[in-house]
Design a protein around this ligand. Sequence first.
Ligand code: DHB
Ligand code: FE
Length: 280
Amino acid sequence: MAQIIGGLGTSHVPSIGVALDRGLHDTPDWKPFFDGYEAGKQWMRDAKPDVAVVIFNDHGNSFFLDRVPTFAVGVAETYKPVDEGWGPRAIPDFQGAEDLSWHLVDKLVERHFDPLVCREIEVDHGLQVPMELFFGRPDAWPVKVVPIWVNTIQYPIPTPQRCWDMGRVLREAIESWPGDERVVILGTGGLSHQLQGARAGFINREADLAWLDGIATDPEHYRNMTREDYVEQFGSEGAELIMWLVMRGAMDAKVNLIHKHYHAPASMTGAGMVVLENAG
Ligand code: DHB
Ligand code: FE
């Protein structure tokens, strides 16, 4: 059976990709941010996964507000990085894990999740940036991907509990796949930020730091919070953090927090990551 060898959570702020494109990696503004990811990159090199299941949201690039699926799963052979307006980026296309994707879709439907199924779609910074943060800038990505989109853009967004439940089904689906793939699951988005309205620029360091530990040790707390709690504590766009619960729901109740990093501000956000392994 395929196995989940790690759960990772990370920010996906688009300016991280722009900083890499412009060679700003070692500038005083960015160096402390990128340095903190070295441990995560090394973990990934050692773990040698075959597939990354990436949980992220689209930001009006592949879905616009005229049609917003609550959940969507990619089943394509390849995914191009979408051009978000600055021209094509010098990163390779992403190879899909097509057969595993179809299996995940089948299991999700069997367990009463009914995602939009995407045979042809491009992926935005929500997937591009986490891949770059953990795999660097290779000529070809060392893993295949299963992209899973969660609506965190247009209300009503799914509940934290629903995201968690989806993670549990994904785990069951991955572990019932007859292949021997080593799978990492990436929950992306956050941490605290608000890009609009009266609280534009809002960052909550205290809540972010509590999150990075609590997602490992006390996920029930975050699973039981309401969507409104997320907006209040993390900002309207910081509510993207519900996507980390899909990852966490796919892990054991007890996990080891192997690496964590926090840096604020990165763009207009509190930014960070965790690497989790099942304790059992
Ligand atoms: C920004 C965009 C994002 O999708 C995000 O998660 C954080 C920040 C931004 O435009 O700064
Ligand atoms: Fe985002």
